[in-house]
Design a protein around this ligand. Sequence first.
Ligand code: ATP
Ligand code: MG
Length: 421
Amino acid sequence: MINIPKGTKDVLPAQSYKWSFIEDAAREVAKVFNLKEARTPVFEHTELFLRGVGETSDVVNKEMYTFEDKGGRSVTLKPEGTAGIARMFIENGLASSPMPVKTFYITPCFRYERPQTGRLREFHQFGIEVFGSASPQTDAEVIFAASAFLDKLGIKNVNLQINSIGCRICRGEYNKAVKNYFAPKLDGMCQACKTRFEKNPLRILDCKEEACKKTAEGAPKITDYLCGECKTHFQSVQRFLKAQNVEFSVNPNIVRGLDYYTKTVFEFVSTDIGAQGTVCGGGRYDNLLEELGGAALPAIGFAAGLERLLLLMENTKVEFPDEPSPVIFIGGMDCESREKAFEIATYLRGKGICAEIDHMERSVKAQLKYADKTGARFVTVIGENELVAQTVNIKNMRTGEFQAVKLENIYTYLVKEKQLW
Ligand code: ATP
Ligand code: MG
């Protein structure tokens, strides 16, 4: 027996309707926000993530699924969606399209992490990326889209936390202040933070080690170091959110896990699924396209972890739509009536109605039991008498009532009872 790899999950056939529900909600939100789907490969040249996601991020340092292919190239399974979409944007010359270019994706992601609740090695993200606009209105729209998605899923009790981590200019000042603060405290901090101190001091604020977290509590706040433009931008984003009555809090400790962010960053956090409570995270990345060799265009996006959302929905008993089931089960008693059942089922399927028959040559009693298990709304069994009369008795499984229906009228009957499907 070969088992599933650690940190991965099967979606069983009886559970997949929940995934469809989440993905349909994502697509509906994308539609009303005029976002167009983009699909990029599951693997890319490793270099893309080194440059895109950033060499000081945990994702690149510890979590990448990198390997050499048979041609000796280093390739990496995508740990996130943004770098690939940014590469696609540049490579296909989308900078010459009317701006902004608004995209979304639903994709598997791969990170070599310690599997635990809400943390997998293969997981899925719904993300959006909007290229070309520097306007705070776009930040607000992207945040609204995330919020609309969570609403559509029926998720409540998630807190929106926002922050601004500034641009290259204010980050310079801030890095100096952070370094001054941490320099005398470095001895008590983890090895990774010592490296971060040298390469990207802001990242220290994202460390998950208890000792480092404690030390970081008194660190200078980035919001106190924003340059004029970044400050105005951040205030404007907040005004847009307030004007639409979106509740949020400013959390100066949010720096996000990836290196490419600038200005606005945000997270939607739940307290209902334990330590891995961030269900959606995003922000502006105004330097990424340029760093990847493209035009200097601003961009902003978010990614929501679908497994965490599912977990949250299950933990908080959010209602899913009913699992789809057959509209009608048509059984057969003998060879001839089975053929008739097959014929009618084929006709109904052609009309877009989910019809099921017996595939296992069961007894009539066993067929009825099976029909009940499938959740079919209507059940009927054809036999010799029914063939002679060209009429069947259809049982309405909700009410238990029977209705005699001519074989040729089954479709019309089901359509008439459509409210019961
Ligand atoms: P975390 O702090 O939880 O490690 P992150 O900052 O690494 O998150 P992002 O790179 O911003 O996460 O990814 C966006 C979303 O993807 C997260 O908010 C989360 O919902 C989901 N996610 C990230 N890593 C995993 C994982 N290993 N397993 C499941 N979902 C994940
Ligand atoms: Mg992470």
